[in-house]
Write a protein of this length. Sequence first.
Length: 132
Amino acid sequence: MSRTETTRFRHHQAILVGAIIATIGALPLADARAYLLPVLLVPLAVAVWAWRAGTDANPHGLRLRALLGDRLIRWDQIVELSGDARGRAVALLTDGRRLVLPAVRHVDLPLLVAAAERGEPVADRDDVPVAQ
């Protein structure tokens, strides 16, 4: 599968910049005492999370990425894609579980559906009723 088939949703890169600044700010504290060295791990973990976490969508399914792992959800496991009250995208699975899709907002759902190569985005199709 080529990279062009995958649509990537990531958190805003300002989080990464903030984590780098926090790492630089924690250096004098960690340098003051050896037992404070683990303080550097917090902004470094945030930086790695900001760089890695998100959702990848392709014709095979969704890959939800976190700090240390990822999870593949096939399209046939997804019953519904919707938004919640906080503006996040949520996937309802066939087993009844609801998964919040990292870095995907409810306004991004048409892009997510288009990434599945199921045709036009849901909001633009004539055969699917649109809630008003």
